[in-house]
Design a protein around this ligand. Structure first.
Ligand code: ATP
Length: 466
């Protein structure tokens, strides 16, 4: 595809392929949809699960001192008070006086080169907004006439709270997934004897009342986060933080992403408790560079707050020295939808084969939803179909993500498999019945080679693992 991030069609093509090939559907589509919610289709959920598997492998199995967790989504309402979300988890919102479209003032200011961060009061943001109003246009009607900005809390309420001991306080859906890790830190120390430094990894849903969900999967109201929190001794944060940054960068490269499309961005203005914060950004087609993951040095803020609000002692005791302290936390928080979109954007290609343009997803084999597709050359020749079924069963035994395809002609099947990123296609033809050889076709080069059926499964395994 074109490398020009300003190409307005770049993302449109990815969105269209996502729908056409069963990756992403609009949530509740037959009812007209629900803004900011998407569903992952049959190919989409495979790609998503493959990204999650790779993340879990890197953050739990490849580490000695990281533990996995899956905490409940609903939490005691006090959790969100302690975390500061009920009071401060808000975006500055303004409304166009002409057409009532709502805008996020901080994001609009950012586009015109003005930084407004979460530390600023409403007055400070409004001063910046007023000073820049001649540069900010309503995205719907183009007018430059807005109401003053006011804070809009992003937490989504439920009515589950009616039955809790917390009485009238609403029970919220999680505004971020990581709180469950802080709440279980003591359980993990007490039950598993975890020794500092240790980390906890979790994948969980988050919900935010985003004012203007937009840019496909980039800003949604329901999304998944993959988080790690490393608990370290106070002031033993710097080297560990640098190691985490290196580790996270390598993980993105392990997905096969083009390194030139990734960059670091350090936060200029830190929230009051943080000691350092960096984002990993990806250069999305049409949208340009934007955040996919935040890496934050959060000091002892989270555990201190939960200790204060719960009244439970969350100090860690060093078993050897007897020393007691509140651990500091180094966090990585990645939006799975955003990484998913980066993976699709990076893999999307158009090239020419035999004078025809084709679209393909050059996904790393480990991420491809389907690894191998097996076809009979013709679907109305029983002897071919029987042999192809045998080959399919054989390959599927060792590579479960093998698909059967006999729809349309062979050219159409190749196009379809190319568009979902299937690395290899296997065709059974009349020669196979004579010589026991099948045709193996490579997605990226479209080159074909003959392979004996007896060697096929191991040849495919080798190629997929290269
Ligand atoms: P932004 O500034 O884009 O609103 P954030 O800094 O509030 O993001 P965090 O609270 O640090 O984001 O969340 C961690 C990660 O969760 C982000 O890096 C991003 O990948 C993802 N994320 C946050 N908000 C959304 C959203 N509305 N839709 C999809 N992913 C999101």
């Amino acid at each position: 595809m074109t490398d020009d991030k300003h190409d307005a069609d770049g993302m449109k093509k990815i969105i269209s392929l996502s729908k056409r090939r069963g990756f992403i559907y609009q949530g509740s589509e037959i009812y007209g949809g629900l803004a900011g919610v998407y569903d992952f289709g049959p190919n989409g959920v495979e790609l998503l699960n493959n990204i999650k598997k790779s993340w879990w492998q890197a953050n739990v199995y490849d580490k000695e001192n990281y533990y996995g967790l899956d905490s409940g989504m609903f939490k005691n309402p006090k959790v969100w008070e302690a975390s500061g979300h009920t009071a401060g988890f808000s975006d500055p919102l303004a409304e166009c006086r002409k057409c009532n479209t709502r805008i996020r003032v901080d994001k609009e200011l950012e586009k015109v080169g003005v930084t407004a961060d979460e530390k600023m009061s409403d007055e400070e943001i409004n001063d910046l907004f007023e000073a820049s109003q001649d540069k900010i246009k309503c995205p719907s009607c183009g007018k430059k006439d807005f109401t003053p900005a006011r804070s809009f809390n992003l937490l989504v309420k439920s009515n589950l709270g009616d039955f809790t001991a917390a009485g009238d306080s609403p029970v919220y859906l999680p505004g971020e997934a990581c709180q469950g890790i802080y709440l279980n830190y003591k359980n993990i120390v007490d039950t598993l004897g975890a020794k500092i430094p240790f980390g906890v990894a979790q994948i969980g849903k988050a919900f935010r009342n985003e004012i203007s969900p937009r840019n496909f999967l980039f800003r949604t109201r329901e999304f998944e986060q993959a988080d790690t929190q490393l608990f370290v001794r106070p002031n033993q944060n710097k080297e560990a933080f640098e190691n985490i940054k290196k580790d996270r960068w390598s993980w993105y490269l392990s997905l096969g992403l083009n390194e030139k499309k990734l960059r670091w961005k350090q936060h200029d203005n830190l929230v009051f408790y943080a000691s350092d914060a960096w984002d990993i950004e990806y250069d999305f087609p049409t949208y340009g560079f934007d955040e996919v993951e935040g890496i934050h040095d959060r000091t002892d803020y989270d555990l201190s707050q939960h200790m204060k609000f719960s009244g439970v002692d969350l100090h860690y005791t060093d078993q050897v020295t007897g020393e007691k302290f509140i651990p500091w936390i180094l966090e990585t928080s990645m939006g799975l939808g955003r990484v998913y979109l980066a993976v699709l954007s990076d893999a999307y290609c158009e090239d020419e084969i035999g004078g025809e343009t084709r679209t393909l997803l050059k996904l790393a084999p480990q991420l491809a939803p389907v690894k191998v597709a097996v076809f009979p050359l013709l679907k109305n020749k029983p002897e071919l179909v029987t042999k192809a079924r045998e080959v399919y069963d054989l390959v599927k035994k060792s590579i479960p993500q093998t698909a059967w395809d006999d729809g349309g002609n062979i050219g159409k099947r190749y196009r379809k498999q190319d568009e979902i990123g299937t690395p290899y296609c296997v065709t059974v033809d009349f020669d196979t019945l004579e010589d026991g050889m099948v045709t193996l076709r490579d997605r990226d080069t479209a080159e074909q080679e003959k392979v004996a059926v007896d060697d096929l499964a191991s040849a495919l395994q080798t190629k997929l693992n290269q």
